[in-house]
Design a protein around this ligand. Structure first.
Ligand SMILES: [Fe+2]
Length: 139
């Protein structure tokens, strides 16, 4: 298994399953960014996006299962953010499809996907993790 090293300390939630998925997501997104500058083919990118589509869905579902299982009171707000993510993601994929300038695609990936995700990790996901820890301590 690969070392968890793409997450800086401020991005850790302390929930191993969630941290591992975040690590995977952030490192794959940065691989995608690298790929963008390597003269990628449509096929390469499609394979990547297919993987990401599935992984993102799996990841959000993992978190939402925790919310459901432990009756998390901020679930609606958190799930809404997951939905909002897809607006950015769809926009990013549209740029790729339209073969927009690679610099624009890359800066969109950085600002609307990676930074969005990091911000979400630091706020909503951390809040969820703190709730899960406190629930666990009560039992
Ligand atoms: Fe989340």
């Amino acid at each position: 298994m690969k070392d968890t090293n793409s997450l800086t300390e401020e991005l850790f939630t302390g929930i191993p399953e969630i941290d591992e998925q975040h690590d995977q997501l952030i490192s794959q997104l940065s691989n995608l960014n690298t790929l963008l500058f390597q003269g990628f083919t449509v096929k390469d990118v499609n394979i990547f996006l297919n993987y990401l589509d599935n992984y993102i869905a799996l990841h959000f579902l993992t978190e939402e299962n925790y919310m459901h299982r432990f009756k998390y009171k901020n679930a609606d707000e958190h799930k809404q953010e997951h939905k909002n993510f897809y607006e950015n993601y769809t926009y990013f994929k549209k740029l790729l499809e339209e073969e927009a300038d690679v610099n624009i695609v890359s800066s969109t990936l950085n600002s609307k996907i990676i930074q969005w995700l990091e911000n979400h990790l630091k706020t909503q996901d951390k809040k969820l993790a703190n709730f899960l820890f406190s629930t666990n301590n009560e039992n």
